[in-house]
Design a protein around this ligand. Structure first.
Ligand code: PMP
Length: 400
C-alpha cells in the first residue's frame, strides 16, 4: 500500500476530543460524570434565526453561491464589526468560510510559504499548531505563564519578532483556553511593537469578541494604531457568541488583497456557504442581540461561581478570566503529590485521576502548550457546575 503524506505521521487526534471520549465511555458505563471538556456554548440562537432558515429553505435556489459570501451576509457582518469599532471596511475587505477554523486554514495557505514562521502566544488554541504543520510552516510559541496572567508582554513580542521575523503573528483575544482579555492599554502597547515590524502579517482570532465581562470592552490593534489596518486580519465566527457552532459560519475582515486571496481559496475548496446557512447567519447578526447579550451575563456569573470555589484551594493560582467561558487554573502545586495512592506527576495524570476519582472531565493544559494548567469549560447548567467545581475542590484539597 502506498504511504500517507509525511504530515499525517505528525497530525494527532485532538486531545480535547480524547478527554471527551473517555468521559463519554465512563458515562455509558453508568458513572456519574460531569464534563468540563469541550468548548461548546450550550445554548441555541434565537427563534428568529430558525425562522430565517426555514424561510430560506422554502425559497432555496439550490444553486452555487458567491465564493466571497452573499452580499446580505457581508453587509450583516460589516454592521456587526462596525459595532465593535472596526469601521471603514467594505465588502471587498471581507470574506466568509465554514467557521473560523476554515478561515484560519485559508489565511495560513494564503500567507505562509513552506518554512515560514508563524508566531503565537502560549497557551494557544490547539489547532494553531496543526495549521502550521499542515502548511509546512514553522510554529514559534511565545510562553505566557500564569505569573504574567497568560498575557503577552510587549518586550517579549518585540524580541520574538526581531529574532524570528515571522511572516504571521497570530493573536487570540479573548483567549481560548485562558479566558483572558487584553485591556485597551495592553493592546496599545503591543500595537506599538507591531508597528516596528512591518514584515509581519497580524491575524487577530477574536471569535469571542462579544463575550467579554466586567465592562473591559473589545479592543483591536487597529483601534489604537490605524496604520496597522494594512496588515491586520480580523477573524470572527458565529460558533460561540451566537450559540451556532454546528452551523459553521466564519468571517474575516482585512486588507482587500487578503480578502481576495481568501475568496480565491474558497473557490478552490468550498465554493460557497449554503443559502439556508447564510440566511440564518444574516438573521443572527442583524436581528435581536438578546441571546448573545444574556448568555454573556450568565457566563460572567458562572465565571464568578467557579473562581469563588477555586479561590479557596490553597496553592492554586488562577488568573481571573474576563471573557469566553474558560477558566485555566495553574495546578502545578499538585505535581509530586498523590490522590488516594495515585501519584500526580503532571497535568495529564491529574486530569486522569480527577476523572477516575471524582467523575469530572477537564482538558490537560499541555493540549494548549501549558502543562502547568488545566482547562475548565464552564458552559453546563449552574447546578451541575456547582457540583463539578466542588468535586474539583475536594480532589485538590485531598492531595497529599
Ligand atoms: N478560534 C478559537 C480561539 C476557538 O476557540 C475556536 C473554536 N474552539 C475557533 C477559532 C474555531 O471556531 P469555529 O467553530 O468558528 O470553526
Amino acid at each position: 500500500m502506498p504511504a500517507l503524506a509525511r504530515r499525517m505521521s505528525r497530525a494527532k487526534p485532538s486531545a480535547i476530543m480524547a478527554v471527551a471520549e473517555k468521559a463519554k465511555a465512563l458515562k455509558a458505563a453508568g458513572r456519574d460524570i460531569i464534563s468540563f471538556s469541550i468548548g461548546v456554548p450550550n445554548f441555541l440562537p434565537g427563534d428568529h434565526v430558525y425562522a430565517a432558515a426555514r424561510q430560506a429553505l422554502e425559497k432555496d435556489s439550490g444553486q452555487y453561491g458567491s465564493n466571497r459570501g452573499a452580499d446580505a451576509l457581508l453587509d450583516a457582518f460589516l454592521g456587526h464589526i462596525e459595532a465593535l469599532g472596526l469601521t471603514g471596511y467594505t465588502r471587498a475587505n471581507c470574506s466568509t468560510g465554514i467557521g473560523a477554523k476554515h478561515i484560519l486554514y485559508n489565511l495560513a495557505e494564503a500567507l505562509l510559504d513552506e518554512g515560514d514562521v508563524i508566531a503565537f502566544p502560549t497557551p494557544y488554541w490547539t489547532t494553531y499548531v496543526d495549521i502550521a504543520d499542515i502548511c509546512n510552516a514553522r510554529a514559534v510559541t511565545l510562553p505566557c505563564p500564569a505569573e504574567q496572567n497568560y498575557k503577552l508582554l510587549p518586550a517579549q513580542l518585540d524580541a520574538a519578532l526581531a529574532e524570528h521575523k515571522p511572516k504571521v503573528f497570530l493573536f487570540n483575544n479573548p483567549s481560548n483556553p485562558t479566558g483572558m482579555v487584553y485591556t485597551r492599554e495592553e493592546i496599545a502597547a503591543l500595537a506599538k511593537v507591531l508597528v516596528k515590524h512591518p514584515e509581519t502579517w497580524i491575524i487577530t482570532d477574536d471569535i469571542y469578541n462579544t463575550m467579554i465581562f466586567d465592562d473591559i470592552g473589545y479592543h483591536n490593534f487597529v483601534h489604537v494604531e490605524p496604520s496597522l489596518r494594512d496588515r491586520v486580519i480580523f477573524v470572527d465566527s458565529l460558533s460561540k457568541t451566537y450559540g451556532m457552532p454546528g452551523w459553521r459560519v466564519g468571517f474575516m475582515a482585512g486588507p482587500e488583497i487578503v480578502a481576495k486571496a481568501h475568496t480565491t481559496l474558497n473557490s478552490n475548496h468550498i465554493t460557497n456557504i449554503p443559502e439556508v446557512t447564510t440566511a440564518a447567519a444574516v438573521a443572527a447578526l442583524s436581528g435581536p442581540q438578546d441571546v448573545p447579550r444574556e448568555r454573556t451575563l450568565e457566563f460572567q456569573q458562572k465565571r464568578d461561581q467557579v473562581l469563588a470555589v477555586l479561590g479557596s484551594v490553597p496553592g492554586l493560582k488562577c488568573p481571573r478570566p474576563q471573557g469566553a467561558f474558560y477558566v485555566f487554573p495553574d495546578i502545578s502545586f499538585a505535581f509530586g503529590k498523590s490522590h488516594n495512592g495515585t501519584r500526580i506527576n503532571n497535568d495529564v495524570d491529574l486530569c486522569n485521576a480527577l476523572l477516575e476519582a471524582k467523575g469530572v472531565a477537564c482538558v490537560p493544559g499541555s493540549a494548549f502548550g501549558e502543562p502547568n494548567a488545566l482547562r475548565i469549560s464552564y458552559t453546563c447548567p449552574t447546578a451541575q457546575l456547582a457540583d463539578g467545581i466542588e468535586r474539583i475542590r475536594a480532589f485538590l484539597t485531598e492531595l497529599a
